[in-house]
Design a protein around this ligand. Structure first.
Ligand code: GTP
Length: 598
């Protein structure tokens, strides 16, 4: 296809503003897929993605469109992940296309992820077409939202497309806008040495690793010997094709084109997003700029509730890692929890997705330990250590100082809830950087320690704003602070899985809160159980769980029978998920709940 007939684009939007619905519509209205095959939300392949309504894996589709000018065009849509954890993947996919549709829900307006994603698109030099979706809703205010786009983002929204991805209103305008307002791929010499950007990769049970590529220069053919410029790995191309959206083989891909290759690649780890693919012989000498490997930032331990399931867990983790290069793991042993794995994730959502998949797809009940970030520990002897796990904290007397990662968080919130948001950020050791208004919404920017955010910040934010706030963040680097390791002792035994890094000034408050929580979470035993929080050898908080005296159902006597039955059932279900520490049974749920701050 000649370059001037190709348009490569992505859709940027806040979650739920209708990105997937619009993609489905574009595919359907160009007859790319017959109606019979048309499944809703075609691009969101995995169950979990669908359930949570988020797009995790970048997908792509090639659409053929006959425009009003009578010419046939090839439109390549790259579907980008919509969540903050995947910021790097988003920025790479954006580099693979020349334009974006900026979808904004006309009944909601601009949100934090709209901003984060559109800035990534602007950084990638995209031409941007604003699209106001959901105009079918009575609450839609396209004029107000267009104005907001101009005010907040600073791009012209006077000729935004007004659409309803649900009913199909305005879809033909979007297709024409893609052809007329987005640029064709820049330059690109079919005879130059091959430079193809590795945009995404995933594991397919039948084909092995599938690699999504954008050809910048040169021509890639089936059978070619290729080389990954960052990893140095070499392969022979078995299969080359495009997604329509089903896989369709093609003999070659030229400049400006987007397609996939398979090459007997064993694991996704061997394919680094952002790497440059070239020919093994007469290849390019310089890779495409901007490659950076994605690094896990949040770590936690995953242990099987039933220690007999350790091998099953290993199997599950190895399989998941095959398909997810950004997830890292190593074996870990805990005095309290036995054998398990210390795992690294791109962020909290990533952690939750992996944990859910292990529990659901592999049917293994897990204990997840407190998420931790990477601390830089500077020792008195001049050496430096990266601490992923509070359990590995060296003796404090040997430490000179500790640095922790910080983020820059952007929060958009209706005026009414602003006070609560400021309080929440302040409570989490935040430093306010900016506060501006966009209509009746406030935009606050905070510098926050990542460790105060990884746990339940997002949940808290949603709850104090009744779901009206939106949130996004980026990493800002490391800063020194006064941090200590807090241990928890149950019945005088330290439970390593509950130890956390905290700020010295907050330690006592956090310790007290954790002890109180644990007192409620741990069932009473036949004996008295002290629950303590300690820093080094010094106890900073203490609760005592009194001994059990009567039958658990005793207090229900005289009450109704169903309540008693429920209580017994609950206890039975709870039993299964208990874990023994010394003489004390601690329910699985306690490990996560104890850390929540409210
Ligand atoms: P993520 O995949 O989570 O990023 O969300 P998304 O932006 O892809 O949103 P999605 O397409 O899943 O749409 C979110 C919800 O809005 C769904 O319930 C859609 O049915 C609904 N929706 C999408 N477009 C329209 C529209 O034009 N009008 C109305 N009324 N609802 C719409």
């Amino acid at each position: 296809t000649p370059l001037n007939r190709i348009r490569n684009f992505s859709i940027v939007a806040h979650i739920d503003h209708g990105k997937s619905t619009l993609a489905d519509r574009l595919i359907q209205s160009t007859n790319t897929v017959s109606d019979r095959d048309m499944k809703e939300q075609l691009l969101d392949a995995m169950d979990i993605e669908r359930e949570r309504g988020i797009t995790i894996k970048a997908n792509t589709v090639r659409i053929e469109y006959k425009a009003n000018d009578g010419e046939d065009y090839v439109l390549n849509l790259i579907d980008t992940p919509g969540h903050v954890d995947f910021a790097y993947e988003v920025s790479r996919s954006m580099r693979a296309v020349e334009g974006s549709l900026l979808v904004v829900d006309a009944s909601q307006g601009v949100e934090a992820q709209t901003l984060a994603n559109v800035y990534t698109a602007i950084e990638a030099d995209h031409e941007i077409v604003p699209v106001l979706n959901k105009v079918d809703l009575p609450a839609a205010e396209p004029e107000r939202v267009a104005e907001q786009i101009e005010d907040v983002i600073g791009i012209d929204a006077s000729d935004a497309c007004l659409i309803s991805a649900k009913t199909g209103i305005g879809i033909p305008d979007v297709l024409e806008a893609i052809v007329n307002r987005l640029p064709p791929p820049h330059g690109g010499d079919p005879d130059a040495p091959l430079k193809a950007m590795l945009v995404d990769s995933w594991y397919d049970p039948y084909l092995g690793v599938v690699v999504l590529v954008r050809i910048m220069d040169g021509t890639l053919k089936k059978g070619d010997q290729i080389k990954m410029m960052q990893t140095g790995a070499r392969y022979g191309v078995d299969r080359l094709g495009v997604f329509r959206p089903a896989m369709e083989n093609v003999p070659a891909l030229g400049p400006g084109e987007i397609g996939f290759l398979t090459a007997s690649i064993k694991q996704v780890r061997d394919t680094k997003v952002g790497d440059t693919i070239t020919h093994e012989k007469k290849g390019a000498t310089e890779p495409l700029p901007g490659f950076k490997p994605s690094q896990p930032v949040v770590f936690c331990g995953l242990f099987p509730v039933d220690s007999a399931e350790f091998e099953d867990l290993r199997d599950a983790i190895e399989k998941l890692a095959l398909n997810d290069a950004s997830f890292s793991y190593e074996m870990e042993t805990s005095a309290a929890l036995g054998f398990g794995f210390r795992c690294g994730f791109l962020g909290l959502l990533h952690l939750e997705v992996i944990r859910d998949r292990i529990e659901r797809e592999y049917n293994i009940e897990l204990i997840t330990t407190a998420p931790s970030v990477i601390y830089h520990i500077f020792m008195k002897d001049g050496s430096k250590l990266d601490l992923h796990n509070p359990a590995d904290m060296p003796d404090p007397s040997t430490i000179d100082h500790i640095e922790e990662p910080r983020i820059k968080a952007t929060i958009l919130v209706p005026d009414d809830y602003l006070g609560d948001v400021l309080k929440l950020c302040q409570d989490r050791r935040g430093i306010q950087l900016d506060l501006t208004y966009a209509g009746s919404r406030a935009m606050v920017v905070y510098d926050l320690p990542l460790n105060e955010v990884v746990f339940d910040f997002y949940d808290r934010l949603k709850s104090v704003t009744k779901g009206y706030a939106s949130f996004d963040y980026q990493m800002e680097g490391y800063r020194e602070d006064s941090l200590v390791k807090m241990s928890i002792l149950v019945n005088d035994e330290p439970v390593d899985a509950l130890s956390t890094m905290v700020h010295r000034d907050r330690a006592e408050m956090r310790g007290r809160a954790m002890c109180e929580k644990l007192k409620d979470l741990i069932p009473r035993h036949m004996f008295k159980i002290p629950i303590q929080a300690a820093i080094g050898g010094k106890v900073i908080a203490r609760e005592t769980l009194s001994a059990l005296r009567k039958d658990v159902t005793a207090k229900c006597y005289g009450g109704d029978a169903t309540r008693k039955k429920k209580l017994l059932e609950k206890q039975k279900a709870g039993k299964k998920k208990m874990r023994q520490f010394g003489k004390v049974d601690i329910p699985q749920e306690a490990f996560i709940s104890a850390l929540k701050m409210d």
